[in-house]
Ligand binder design. Sequence first.
Ligand code: GLU
Length: 281
Amino acid sequence: MRRNTVLSLVVLTLAASAQAASQRDDVCTRGKLVAGVKFDSPPFGYLDDAGNPVGFDIDIVREIQKDLSAYCKKTISLELKQVVSRNRQEFVQNGSIDLAAATTTATFARMDSVDFSNIYFVDGQRLLVKADSTIKSVRDLAGKRVGTAQGSTSEVNIKAAAPKALVQSFAQYTDAFVALQQGRIDAVTTDSTILLGLRAGATAPADYKIVGSFFSNEPYGIIVKQDDSKWRNFVNETLSRVGTDGTYKRIFNKWFGRGTKYALTDPKSLISVPAQYPVRR
Ligand code: GLU
């Protein structure tokens, strides 16, 4: 009886502390935000000439870091860890990163293992081919070698849209683009803005073209651990703030604005996306 009482007390205490714990407070205690970002997906996450990770997603993460410093009432540092499409959910699940801002489409299938913030960018899938290619759309891919990334929605979508294509999945989008440059594949497929980024980063961008219409819908969310609403809401509050105070617009224009290297000429992305969620205090 006495043993049982002690046991149930232990169980109750454990349950209470498990409920109260949030990644948000872990970050405060640690004094550091560990964010998973891409190094292979320009202009969302890539390495600049000096080898530093930069990009749209990284700028969004820095806004979360800023809000954390205010919330935790101390300086929160930032560690950027490389993720690829294949491992970003797993890294959040096992706690090696606090979140992943990594061009991730918020799908219900993924929500079986992780949660997502509100949507902060919308894209769709297209094709990147050599300038002299005869491929004009997904209808021209029968028997063609098409590269994409392991664990991406792009991999799933292309198999459905072009069942006769020979899909090759690479660890990183940059590897797929190298394969295209070397003639080992005939096309690269993923979200149009990443294709734009790969093309813009080439020595001769004019040697490549983006073709076909969008054949998927890719709304991006930031990955957070499942069932941690305090942390998810914290991230959402930053997205809400940046969407309403002009910060999102500034970051968007920095990366995609007219005259920039990655200027969106054919945007599916909606600049108003985060501002659709102005959940104020
Ligand atoms: N947004 C798509 C996805 O989450 C494709 C880009 C990527 O692999 O990150 O799978």
